[in-house]
Ligand binder design. Structure first.
Ligand SMILES: [Zn+2]
Length: 114
């Protein structure tokens, strides 16, 4: 997971940590963040690490779609081309983001009903 930085002090070394009241507090400046104030990109999901650190991961459904798309790109690229390498790189990066989401406890996306 990627740690979410404090919106007040922006310190790269500070972490937002879960409090007993269910808020998140910056361990550098003490700024408090409510769950409803967490603002992320639509492809991101916020998570809490085992040590109470607030972070985010990419939605597994997005990573799975990226893997499928990059494998299609690989299959349609000329053999031994830059396109092949780029498609493999995209697939590897998406697989890495998928693994990070699972390690953070985000469940596998439900299959769409046909
Ligand atoms: Zn702070």
């Amino acid at each position: 997971m990627i740690p979410i930085l404090c919106g007040e002090c922006g310190s790269y070394s500070a972490r937002m940590r879960l409090t007993v009241e269910g808020l998140f507090q910056c361990d550098h400046c003490g700024w408090l963040l409510f769950r409803t104030e967490i603002s992320l990109d639509g492809n991101e999901i916020w998570v809490v690490g085992p040590d109470g650190t607030l972070g985010y991961v990419i939605d597994p459904a997005v990573s799975l779609a990226e893997i499928a798309e990059s494998l299609d790109d690989y299959m349609s690229a000329p053999h031994d081309s830059y396109g092949e390498l780029e498609a493999l790189r995209k697939s590897r990066d998406a697989a890495s983001r998928l693994r990070a989401a699972y390690e953070a406890g985000v469940p596998y996306p439900k299959a769409e009903k046909k």
